[in-house]
Design a protein around this ligand. Structure first.
Ligand code: ATP
Ligand code: LTN
Length: 326
């Protein structure tokens, strides 16, 4: 059976980009693949975090994943730091990666530029991500478009390691959706919607009040023309709305565009489609939020299931490297 693995950072509230670009595919993948999903809290530490905020955000994120339909009886859902094999394989892969290839990572460049403090972990972050993926003999990694480069590096590291020490890791493939892979900020449609950027009017949160969701979509920046056309280069704002509506309803943005001659109705329908998508998620989240102990229990079981797969893979890598068995 195909193995799917993906991760999400507890760096802030989940937004529509996360949902349309990655999370909704996590849910559909469960039906046909052996799926492993992880809240990557160690990755969040690459930038300074307030401990009590990190704790709350991690639990909330796990509950959002359950609320969108990740079924812990079907998939493996766990917290990265609960399975120490991630940190250990990460070190091994840091020693497999070259400084030059890590320096080329655009996410590192974007996040380090202008930052007051740049941690060494922010630089070696892709080795930890590769460890996440390779520990589970992963075939397919559903992610948004921004993770393409990290996936290429993961493949390169797996191939390099296998070449040097013999077949140890499965070489994974990225699974990037055709629509919704890059949801843009509603106020700055040339930059991606992000958890940690400060753009409240441009970001739609999965747990946001639906009246506010509607307002933000109706105030989304478009352009000074009137034609509704899917052309992300020339018309980023309008194309973003079309892509959002398409990803929320399972249609094609080009087909949707043909049905509009004005921006107003496009915004109204997009707001309606997004609210339809979020309403049941919010209702389920409210139930889960009332039972944090139940969630903690599920996550502990998830970590046990994850460890059972991760430990033998790490052992294989240790032996291949010549680390003395213990
Ligand atoms: P941060 O802003 O802290 O870097 P983020 O919002 O980019 O966080 P992640 O936890 O890094 O979110 O990503 C979780 C998943 O969501 C990844 O698969 C990522 O590719 C996807 N994703 C993130 N932002 C978007 C977006 N704007 N459009 C589509 N997919 C996205
Ligand atoms: N780097 C990713 C988050 C992430 C991830 C992973 C995604 C960490 N480990 C493993 C897929 C598989 C990000 O910044 N969105």
């Amino acid at each position: 059976m195909t193995r799917v693995f993906s991760g999400i950072k507890p760096t802030g509230p989940v937004h529509l980009g996360n949902l349309l670009g990655a999370l909704q595919h996590w849910v559909t993948d469960q039906a046909e693949a052996d799926s492993v999903y992880c809240v990557v809290d160690l990755h969040a530490l690459t930038v300074p975090q307030d401990p009590s905020v990190l704790r709350a955000t991690t639990l909330e994120l796990a509950q959002v994943l359950l609320a969108i339909g990740i079924d812990p009886d079907v998939s493996t859902l766990f917290i990265q730091s609960h399975v120490h094999e991630h940190a250990e394989l990460s070190w091994i892969l840091e020693c497999t990666a070259a400084v030059g290839e890590l320096r080329r990572m655009t996410q590192f460049k974007d996040k380090s530029e202008g930052a007051e403090f740049v941690s060494a972990g922010l630089f070696t972050y892709p080795a930890l991500m590769a460890a996440d993926i390779l520990l589970y003999d992963t075939d397919r990694v559903p992610v948004g478009d921004d993770q393409r480069q990290h996936l290429e590096l993961t493949r390169d590291l797996a191939i390099r390691f296998n070449g040097r020490y013999g077949d140890t890791f499965v070489v994974p493939e990225a699974a990037i959706p055709h629509v919704g892979a890059r949801v843009m900020d509603l106020q700055h449609p040339t930059r991606k919607m992000s958890k940690s950027d400060d753009s409240p009017q441009g970001t739609i949160l999965v747990l946001e009040d639906l009246r506010s969701v509607e307002k933000k979509l109706k105030r989304a920046v478009t352009d000074t023309e009137t034609e509704v056309r899917y052309d992300p280069e020339a018309k980023p704002g309008v194309s973003n709305l079309l892509a959002i509506q398409a990803a929320a309803t399972g249609r094609r943005p080009e087909d949707l565009a043909a049905g509009y001659s004005q921006y107003g109705p496009l915004k109204v329908d997009t707001a309606e489609a997004v609210c339809e998508l979020l309403r049941p998620i919010q209702a389920r989240y409210a139930e889960l939020a009332a039972d944090p102990a139940g969630t903690a229990d599920l996550l502990a079981k998830g970590a046990d299931k994850a460890r059972a797969v991760a430990a033998p893979t790490l052992e294989r890598a240790r032996r291949a490297l010549g680390l003395l068995p213990h």
